[in-house]
Design a protein around this ligand. Structure first.
Ligand SMILES: C[S@@+](CC[C@H](N)C(=O)[O-])C[C@H]1O[C@@H](n2cnc3c(N)ncnc32)[C@H](O)[C@@H]1O
Length: 203
């Protein structure tokens, strides 16, 4: 199994208990750099994988494939953590690594543990309260949207479809015993709970 472990923004006090537990139980821990290595150090030995900053596609492909092979070799028969700064699903090295590992080794189970991302860290450190809709982007076009408080999920999906969104995930009470996650658009219900989110993507 391969686990992407969010280590938070850099403060050793902002790592989750679940992240620490997973690092301690892992057979092997990899990280993409020194900052992540320092955060992991109190809980596990780790190895830094090299991800050179280059735009050369050939070099990039070779590096991703090599790193995927290294990680997969351990993840075939044990638990491997890949620790990284922030959250493993937000603009993260892990997202591409998981894609390449999945393509090359489809039998390896892959999961993630959320971490405090730079977005919520920024809000905290600067005293910025986000109280209405906002945009987070890097230089790429905006292709996804997250809707909170999705009490009327079907209506929301219909409206987003008319804007060109094609893929939807409905999630309620995440990480609780009553967690619901629906990825089949046709099964998204009329009524939702306050603790609900819709993720929509343009394909
Ligand atoms: C590749 S993304 C990684 C984001 C990370 N996975 C997360 O959840 O925050 C790198 C970008 O995140 C932002 N970032 C990450 N850590 C930060 C920090 N401690 N302070 C300010 N910005 C940070 C910067 O904009 C940086 O260019």
């Amino acid at each position: 199994m391969l686990v992407g472990v969010g280590l938070g923004p850099g403060d050793p006090g902002l790592i989750t208990l679940k992240a620490i537990d997973t690092l301690k139980k892992s057979d092997k821990v990899y990280v993409p750099g020194r900052l992540a290595a320092d955060l992991v150090a109190p809980y596990a030995d780790c190895e830094i994988l090299d991800f050179p900053m280059t735009k050369d596609d050939e070099v990039l492909n070779e590096v991703w494939n090599r790193n995927a092979d290294i990680v997969a070799e351990d993840a075939k028969d044990g638990t491997v953590s890949f620790g990284l700064i922030g959250d493993p699903n937000f603009f993260s090295t892990f997202s591409h690594l998981r894609r390449v590992v999945h393509e090359r080794y489809p039998n390896i189970e892959i999961t993630t543990i959320p971490g405090i991302s730079s977005i919520t860290s920024f809000a905290s450190r600067t005293g910025t309260a986000i109280e209405s809709s906002f945009e987070v982007r890097d230089p790429t076009p905006v292709t996804s949207r997250i809707i909170l408080k999705a009490r009327h999920p079907r209506d929301i999906v219909d409206s987003l479809e008319s804007e060109g969104f094609t893929e939807f995930v409905f999630a309620e009470r995440l990480f609780s015993d009553d967690e619901t996650i629906i990825t089949d658009k046709e099964k998204i219900p009329e009524k939702g709970n306050y603790f609900s989110i819709i993720y929509a993507r343009k394909g």
